[in-house]
Ligand binder design. Structure first.
Ligand SMILES: [Zn+2]
Length: 404
C-alpha cells in the first residue's frame, strides 16, 4: 500500500505502510512513523531520543464491509528540550481512544441516518462504542451552551419514564434549542442554570412559565428585571381541570337517572374546541342538551370559551378590558369554583397580560416533549441516562437519528 493511499483512505499523515494481514474477516495494517518524524508531544521539539514504545491497535474506516484495524507502535522518546520522557502523539487518534478520528467521523456521518444500534451492527463494534463517539461529539458541541446571547426563554417540567421521573427543561425561544436540562422538578433543579446565567452575563428580557408559586419566586429571585409571562396554555389547562372536577361534582348531585344519562360522557365535549365538535356524532346537540339541563355547568362552559379571548385582542388595553369583564362575570355567577379561579387569575393578571409585551409561551416545549417521548419509546433511550440528557440538547437539529 502506498503512503498516499494511507493518507487519502485512512487520514494518516506521516506514516509508512509496513505490512498487512487478513484474519477472521478483518483486515489489519501495520504502519509506522519514520524515526525522523518523531516529535516531543509537549514542546514539539525534534531533539528526541527513542526509548522503546507501546503498540496500539485502532479501528479504522472499513473497506467495504470488512473491519479494518491499524497496528502502530507509539514510540516513547526522551526530549532534550524539556528533559522528560514522553509518548509521541499519534496525530490521527486521540489518546486512550481505540479508534481513529476518521473512524469517529464516519460513525458520526452514519449516525445522521441510522440508529446507534444500526451503526454498531454495520461496523461490528459495540453499542457503547457508537454511543461514546456520539456522546463525545454532543459534549463538544453542546456541553457548554453559550448562554450569553439568550434573550427569551421558556421553562417547564417534562414527565419521563411514565411519570416516575421529571426533567426541568429550559428552551431558548429564539433558536429553539434546549439550553438546560435539570434533573427533577421544582426550583432546586434549576439552581445550576441560574449560576451559569450569571457567569455568562446573559441579558434575558422575557421568560414564560406556568403560574406556579415556585417559578414566580425563582424568576423574581434570579431574574428580577425580566418580564415574566404566564403561559396561556397552562392557564386554560388549569381552567379545564377545574371544569372537569366541577362537572364530576354536579354529576354526583343529580338525582334522576335520566339527568345523569344526559351529563354522562360530556367531559370531552366540554373541553373540546366548539369548532371541532363532530356533527356526525351529534356532539353539538348532546353538549347543548347537557348545558340546558344544568345552568351552572353552562355558565362555566361559556366562561371557558370566553377565557381564550383574553389572548386574542389587538392590544394589552383591550385584553385588560376582556379580562376584567371575565372576572366580573365569573364572580357574578356565584359559583365557588369560578370565583376561586377569578381570584387566581386576578392575582396573576400582570403576568397573563405580559403576553402583549412578549407574545411567548411554553408551547414550543411541547415539541421537545413529543420528541423525548419518541426517544423513550425506543428500547435503548434510557440505557444511558447521561447520554439521554445530552441528546436533548440537539433535539432542535434532529441531524442524528433520534432513536437509540
Ligand atoms: Zn519536549
Amino acid at each position: 500500500m502506498s503512503t498516499s493511499l494511507l493518507y487519502h483512505a485512512f487520514g494518516l499523515v506521516g506514516y509508512r505502510y509496513v505490512n498487512q494481514s487478513f484474519q477472521g474477516g478483518e483486515v489489519t495494517f501495520r504502519i509506522e512513523q519514520p524515526r525522523e518524524k518523531h516529535r516531543c508531544s509537549a514542546c514539539g521539539s525534534a531533539e528526541v531520543w527513542d526509548q522503546g514504545g507501546v503498540e496500539r491497535t485502532l479501528r479504522a474506516v472499513p473497506i467495504g464491509s470488512k473491519p479494518v484495524l491499524l497496528k502502530v507502535k507509539v514510540p516513547r522518546v526522551i526530549c532534550f528540550a524539556c528533559g522528560k520522557v514522553r509518548q509521541v502523539k499519534l496525530g490521527f487518534a486521540d489518546p486512550k481512544k481505540r479508534y481513529t478520528r476518521a473512524f469517529e467521523r464516519y460513525v458520526l456521518e452514519l449516525s445522521r441516518l441510522m440508529t446507534v444500534q444500526d451503526v454498531a451492527k454495520h461496523l461490528q463494534v459495540s453499542w457503547d462504542t457508537v454511543k461514546d463517539i456520539q456522546a463525545g461529539s454532543l459534549q463538544r458541541r453542546f456541553g457548554k451552551p453559550n448562554l450569553h446571547k439568550l434573550k427569551k426563554i421558556a421553562i417547564d417540567e417534562i414527565a419521563i419514564s411514565k411519570g416516575h421521573r421529571y426533567l426541568t427543561v429550559v428552551l431558548d425561544l429564539v433558536s429553539g434549542a434546549v439550553v438546560f436540562v435539570g434533573d427533577g422538578k421544582g426550583v432546586a433543579s434549576l439552581a445550576p442554570f441560574w449560576q451559569r446565567l450569571r457567569r455568562a452575563r446573559a441579558k434575558i428580557v422575557a421568560v414564560a412559565t406556568d403560574m406556579s408559586k415556585a417559578y414566580i419566586r425563582a424568576v423574581r429571585d434570579n431574574l428580577p428585571k425580566v418580564v415574566h409571562v404566564f403561559d396561556h396554555f397552562h392557564v386554560i389547562k388549569l381552567f379545564n381541570e377545574k371544569l372537569t372536577a366541577f362537572r364530576r361534582a354536579l354529576y354526583r348531585q343529580l338525582s334522576s337517572d335520566a339527568e345523569r344519562k344526559i351529563l354522562k360522557g360530556t367531559r370531552w365535549l366540554l373541553l373540546k374546541n366548539p369548532d371541532n365538535l363532530d356533527p356526525e356524532h351529534n356532539e353539538r346537540e348532546r353538549l347543548d342538551e347537557a348545558l340546558r339541563l344544568n345552568l351552572p355547568l353552562a355558565t362555566a362552559y361559556y366562561l371557558k370559551e370566553d377565557l381564550r379571548q383574553i389572548w386574542m385582542q389587538a392590544n394589552r388595553r383591550a385584553a385588560r378590558r376582556v379580562l376584567r369583564d371575565w372576572l366580573a362575570r365569573a364572580r357574578a355567577s356565584g359559583i365557588r369554583m369560578l370565583i376561586q379561579f377569578a381570584d387566581t387569575l386576578e392575582e396573576h393578571q400582570e403576568g397573563v397580560l405580559a403576553y402583549y409585551q412578549y407574545p411567548i409561551s411554553t408551547g414550543p416545549l411541547e415539541g421537545v416533549n413529543n420528541k423525548i417521548k419518541t426517544m423513550q419509546r425506543q428500547h435503548y433511550g434510557l440505557r444511558d441516562s447521561e447520554f439521554f440528557l445530552l441528546k436533548l440538547y440537539q433535539l432542535h437539529e434532529t441531524k442524528y437519528a433520534l432513536v437509540g
